[in-house]
Design a protein around this ligand. Structure first.
Ligand SMILES: [Cu+2]
Length: 574
């Protein structure tokens, strides 16, 4: 009797607690499939989810668990999906990185991603296998604050945009071009997309520009008709922005409206006002803006290319003041953006991003400092990107499985070097630009504090150094410093340990360095890489492993390939 009542009590208590937090398991069923679509005014092929491009927006509350059953209907290639910005605490096998956290899901097979979205914020998801991001495999992932909790800023309404870039050449042909000898560079995208929509052969704002593009004749129901952001006058809106571009760095502005930046990569930042903001691939932001302009007009939202000489026209969306008709095109020209090579303004923007007081602060000293030299190199005549002279090649067995189960020969046993040999001149092309392939991992001591200095350098050509936005899986890091030229140990004395932004993506500027600090406290194997898809494809990344012995519950399906697949067969578990 007593036992019965005790368990009844526990049962009731569990019910009360779970309804108080109201965390839900959200079940989603996805089919990933190629589909004919016109992201701009030319038809191409996109990777769609449940017949949608971009994929469906996931909306959840902090603390919810997503249970996502994904079937690969691509027929001729594998697929994985990465949940960008979700740290996968306790579920490293759900991170969606082929060869790192799991085996690519074979054609016709299914996989269940089950993970907790533990923190409110603006995120997105995208393919992390081959060049599937370039093929359009992405969508928004928005996590609201938990029930009864409040954001640290107020707004009346919310809007959301996902930025991307689009090529008329298919992603698989692009992959072949990049892997050819000599490499055939993919070139600049034909079109920039806002929520999957852009215009290539016509211009929405033709009458404002001196370009030869014809004005678009749109009915509004075309797949490439501009995205309409509907607003009411005299309200404050939260605009969520994320960039899943394969290549382009972007600058975003809303004509006649100022923006107040309040969130970056799922973390609060010290609010500041900007006329335009830079958005690198892998970044996400929330900005607030006030609809304080004349309500009888509409306004442009534009995204332009940053950091590469643009051959791609701006992407335009329409800020539609209700009850004005959305077909009533803005009467003012699209907002002006800084010149593509105006790096001082890009740096000023990045330096302005600081954490909101009360945010987690970094440990004062690191246990280890890696200095990762980013170089463009050759291997047997193939063009590659290398880190400390090693171009990352992913193994056939996912690291998470091979490390957890101590399988030897699954990848290079030797770890890559913590720093490049001294004496490298980052301002000049390398005298010997040859490097080697490698699949070794950096093994980080569990719970240790790690600094990574990302050192940019001159590329293969004279006077060329590019922007690289680096993204870390499984963690956020503090962006503790930026500098010009070569990083010197003494530069660490100038790191910002007071209010550095806490993020998952940080940019390195041409010929500069960026320093990040994080705590290796999430058992798993994590990619850290340039978020420019062709750069990653050419080897621009590293792999961190930490506390893998603590990882529990890797589903067999995550590692049923390569040497771990053989292990499972031997054990009779598959
Ligand atoms: Cu890059």
């Amino acid at each position: 009797m007593g036992v019965f009542f005790d368990s009844l009590l526990v049962f009731i208590l569990v019910i009360i607690l779970s309804s108080a937090t109201a965390a839900k398991v959200r079940h989603l069923k996805w089919e990933v499939e190629y589909m004919h679509w016109s992201p701009d005014d030319q038809e191409g092929v996109v990777i769609a989810i449940n017949g949608q491009f971009p994929g469906p927006t996931i909306r959840a509350r902090a603390g919810d668990t997503l249970h996502l059953h994904l079937t690969n209907k691509l027929h001729t290639e594998g697929v994985v999906i990465h949940w960008h910005g979700i740290r996968q605490i306790g579920t490293p096998w759900a991170d969606g990185t082929a060869s790192i956290s799991q085996c690519a899901i074979n054609p016709g097979e299914a996989f269940v991603y089950r993970f907790k979205v533990d923190r409110a914020g603006t995120y997105f998801y995208h393919g992390h296998y081959g060049m599937q991001r370039s093929a359009g495999l992405y969508g928004s992932l928005i996590v609201d604050v938990g029930e009864g909790e409040k954001e640290k800023f107020e707004y009346d309404g919310e809007l959301s945009i996902l930025l991307s870039d689009w090529w008329h050449k298919g992603s698989r042909e692009q992959e072949v071009d990049l892997s050819s000898k000599p490499m055939r560079w993919i070139g600049e995208p034909q079109t920039l997309l806002i929520n999957g929509r852009g215009q290539f052969n016509c211009s929405l704002a033709a009458h404002f520009s001196n370009s030869t593009a014809a004005p678009c004749k749109l009915r509004g129901n075309e797949q490439y008709a501009p995205y309409i952001l509907k607003v009411h006058p005299n309200k404050t809106y939260r605009l969520r922005i994320a960039s899943s571009t394969a290549l382009a760095s972007l600058n975003l502005a809303i004509g006649n409206h100022k923006m107040r930046v309040v969130e970056a990569d799922g973390n609060y930042v010290k609010p500041f006002t900007a006329d335009n903001i830079d958005v690198y691939s892998g970044d996400s932001y929330s900005v607030l803006f006030r609809t304080d302009q004349s309500p009888s007009h509409n306004y442009w939202l534009s995204a332009t290319v940053r950091g590469r000489e643009p051959h791609t026209p701006p992407a335009l969306a329409i800020l539609n003041y209700l009850p004005t008709s959305p077909s009533h095109l803005p009467t003012s020209p699209p907002p002006t953006s800084p010149r593509w090579d105006d790096y001082p303004s890009s740096k000023a923007f990045s330096h302005q991003i600081l954490s909101l007081p009360g945010s987690p602060a970094p440990p004062k000293t690191p246990h280890r400092r890696l200095i990762l030299l980013n170089t463009q190199t050759y291997i047997n005549g193939y063009t590659k990107w290398s880190i400390n002279n090693i171009s990352l090649t992913l193994p056939t067995t996912p690291y998470l499985g091979s490390i957890k189960y101590n399988i030897t020969n699954a990848f290079d046993a030797k770890s890559p070097p913590d720093r490049a040999p001294p004496g490298y001149n980052v301002m000049r092309p390398a005298p010997n630009p040859n490097s080697t392939y490698g699949s070794g991992v950096y093994v980080l001591e569990f719970n240790s504090t790690v600094d990574v200095v990302l050192q940019n350098a001159n590329a293969l050509k004279d006077n060329v150094s590019e922007i690289h936005p680096w993204h870390l899986h499984g963690h956020d890091f503090w962006v503790v410093g930026y500098g010009e030229g070569e990083f010197k140990e003494g530069d660490a004395a100038g790191f910002n340990l007071r209010d550095p932004p806490y993020r998952n993506t940080a940019v390195i500027f041409p010929y500069g360095w960026t320093a990040v600090r994080f705590v290796a406290d999430n058992p798993g194997v994590w990619a850290f890489h340039c978020h420019i898809e062709p750069h990653l494809h050419l080897g621009m990344g590293v792999v961190f492993a930490e506390g893998v012995e603590r990882v529990r519950g890797i589903p067999n399906e995550a590692i049923a390939c390569g040497l771990t697949g053989k292990m499972l067969m031997r054990n009779g578990t598959r």
